[in-house]
Design a protein. Structure first.
Length: 319
């Protein structure tokens, strides 16, 4: 098999389960493919531009597997690869790093780091934030111990995030399309989220982009949150009504928010989000580093070999 690997990721080829008949060819994920590589059997995509993927889709006439390392397959699907190609996603490759970022953003608020940074800039020792403190002051979240954390979007990343918050002593509830229990955590259905929001201290959004999730967190949902609550969005920018969020922050309807994703990326310099009160913005930096992609790639390369040998393939993350 000829396997195209983008220069945007460094892979340990010894872990890919390659055979003597396999050939690895590097390509630039931001430039059209070389004509000599139009006969490739496998395309691994990571940090590709939309135009590059569309070019690849139109020229890879015999591609059999498109292994995206993104958690979602939307970009690869939209590129227009031939119907016979199996498209697999990178679900699970970003769970730990995104979960880590979500907790970091939360602790940033809970431990008053922005406020303390302001005091430090003024060479001021903020005595009121040190020394003896109430563990649970009224209408304020100052610790994750027993904090009510709601994670809206409870797939692999949501569950990894839940485990980290649980380790800090928080009470975690997931929100998904159907109620039940996942990974040992209670999950409520999306249509039943309102009563949960009313007692939420930390709302973590990890929803994907879809027609159903567009502006899922709108003004009505924001009004359900207590004034002490914080919003953390590490999912997709389209899932939060940005105008409603700005209003909620500027009027003190919620205590603060941190967003790693926005509707328009990069965020324009004149966006009103920059001026919103108590808002922290990170530049879509929660993930960006696939963890152990070799295991997933090796698994799906073997599934492709099985399929070509007439055996039942065991695909991972097939979309």
């Amino acid at each position: 098999m000829k396997i195209l690997v983008p220069t945007s990721v460094t892979l340990d080829e010894s872990r890919l389960g390659l055979t003597d008949e396999d050939t690895i060819v590097s390509y630039d994920p931001k430039a059209p493919l070389a004509e000599a590589d139009y006969d490739a059997d496998v395309l691994i995509s990571w940090a590709n531009t939309n135009d590059q993927l569309k070019d690849a889709a139109s020229n890879l006439s015999q591609v059999k597997l498109v292994q995206a390392l993104l958690a979602g397959p939307d970009q690869a699907r939209a590129a227009g690869f031939r119907d016979e190609a199996v498209i697999t996603s990178g679900i699970g490759l970003h769970s730990k790093t995104v979960a880590e970022h979500a907790v970091a953003l939360t602790l940033n608020f809970v431990r008053f780091l922005p406020t303390l940074a302001d005091h430090q800039e003024r060479n001021h020792w903020a005595s009121e934030l040190g020394g003896a403190q109430e563990l649970y002051p009224e209408n304020q979240v100052t610790t994750l111990l027993n904090a009510n954390v709601t994670i809206w979007g409870f797939g692999s990343i949501g569950q990894a995030t839940a485990r980290l918050f649980d380790a800090f002593g928080a009470k975690v509830t997931g929100v998904a399309r159907s109620a039940g229990e996942r990974a040992g955590f209670p999950v409520v259905a999306t249509e039943d989220i309102d009563p949960l929001l009313e007692k939420t201290d930390i709302l973590v959004m990890i929803l994907p982009t879809s027609d159903e999730t567009t502006n899922a967190l709108d003004s009505c949902k924001l009004e359900k949150l207590p004034k002490r609550s914080y919003l953390i969005n590490v999912g997709r920018g389209t899932t939060v009504d940005e105008e409603a969020l700005i209003a909620a922050l500027n009027t003190g309807e919620i205590a603060g928010a941190a967003v790693d994703v926005v509707v328009e990326e990069p965020l324009p310099a004149d966006s009103p989000l920059w001026g919103a009160k108590n808002l922290i913005i990170t530049p879509h930096s929660a993930g960006g580093r696939p963890v152990n992609p070799e295991d997933l790639i090796a698994h799906n390369l073997q599934a492709l070999r099985d399929a070509e040998a007439g055996q039942e393939p065991n695909w991972r993350n097939k979309m």
